[in-house]
Write a protein that binds this ligand. Structure first.
Ligand code: ATP
Length: 193
């Protein structure tokens, strides 16, 4: 199988993430897209990331009506900081028959040369860069550039940070997140303070 990996904090998951997964799946003929919530150590840099249980529940509720979307707990189970290379190596060991494609936002592609052990990482996985309108391909070393495939992605100016702020300000988040996620946030009173 061809499997797309979409990692993120997903605090909360929103329609930008879902559309990114769907664009990558369709345009790169992926069989499945796996959403991989990142483990964030408690009180990392004093930032307050929502408990992994909630972030995972929201991802599950967001994707469960899509037959080709899955959630992987691989980074949550490992705990500790996960470098992408650790995750991809672990996935390849566990699923040696499958090919993995790491999906990332266009803003992150230019930063690839700084990633941990990127020379090795590019041999283990290909990358799918989501190119928003007007996006200019960054200059990358040839060994990285040849492993990045770009797919067009409509511009959705939505971020989890923005959604958390909207909840705090008692503004509507309807249609920013799938309805089951909105209900989950309301029921658990996430992001209110
Ligand atoms: P935060 O605002 O908390 O930093 P975020 O909304 O950027 O969160 P992440 O969980 O950090 O979400 O993002 C995971 C992945 O999804 C990254 O590759 C990121 O580039 C991509 N992504 C996030 N929002 C969008 C969007 N609106 N359109 C396209 N890609 C997105």
């Amino acid at each position: 199988m061809r499997i797309g990996i979409l990692g993120g904090t997903f605090d909360p998951i929103h329609i930008g993430h879902l559309l990114a997964g769907e664009q990558a799946r369709e345009q790169c003929q992926l069989d499945e897209v796996w959403f991989v919530p990142t483990y964030v150590p408690p009180h990392k840099d004093g930032s307050q990331v929502t408990d992994a249980v909630h972030r995972l529940q929201m991802v599950e509720r967001a994707i469960n009506d899509h037959p080709h979307f899955r959630v992987s707990q691989i980074e949550l189970d490992r705990k500790g900081n996960s470098y992408t290379i650790d995750t991809i190596q672990a996935l390849r060991e566990r699923y040696p028959e499958d090919a993995f494609y790491f999906i990332l936002g266009s803003d992150m592609v230019a930063d690839l040369p700084n990633w941990h052990r990127v020379e090795h990482l590019v041999e283990l996985t290909r990358f799918i860069g989501l190119a928003r309108p007007g996006f200019a391909k960054p200059q990358l070393m040839a060994n990285i550039a040849r492993r990045v495939h770009y797919v067009p992605m409509p511009l959705l100016e939505i971020s989890a940070t923005d959604i958390r702020e909207r909840v705090r300000a008692k503004k509507s988040i309807r249609y920013f997140v799938p309805e089951p996620v909105r209900i989950y946030i309301e029921e658990h009173r996430l992001y209110e303070t």
